[in-house]
Design a protein around this ligand. Structure first.
Ligand SMILES: [Ca+2]
Length: 131
């Protein structure tokens, strides 16, 4: 009996460790306000463990040409709310490469091509979210 209980606890703790990308239409802050997009620090080659680490929220119609320095070149996965779109740039002040994401889950920005050889992992420096 003790073993079963321990196994159950362990299963729960693994669940707790695993990140999971939220569904686009469930994006809300703690007060229940709608969020345009949520951007996460980590991604994972196991998609069910993507959207890990800390996150930063973009509210509807939030225009951020200069991302807070603690978030510069750090975002690795993201979720865009239903009927919203998130435009990102690879350099601050909306310079560099540009990419528009419509509603949905991007499990790995590493898989999103940027130019010929690059990708968008750890490369977002500005964003504009619209709903
Ligand atoms: Ca990252």
């Amino acid at each position: 009996m003790k073993v079963v209980f321990a196994l159950l606890l362990c299963a729960l703790c693994f669940l707790g460790l695993d990140a999971q990308c939220p569904e686009p239409n469930t994006l809300k802050d703690f007060e229940g306000n709608k969020i345009c997009a949520r951007m996460f620090e980590h991604s994972n080659y196991y998609y069910e463990q993507s959207c890990g680490g800390e996150y930063i929220d973009a509210y509807p119609n939030e225009d951020v040409p200069i991302i807070p320095s603690s978030w510069n070149n750090r975002i690795s996965s993201l979720v865009v709310n239903k009927l919203c779109s998130l435009t990102v740039w690879s350099r601050t002040k909306k310079n560099g490469k540009k990419k528009k994401f419509s509603s949905g889950i991007v499990y790995r920005l590493k898989d999103v091509q940027q130019g010929l050889f690059g990708n968008w992992d750890n490369d977002i420096s500005a964003y504009y979210c619209v709903c």
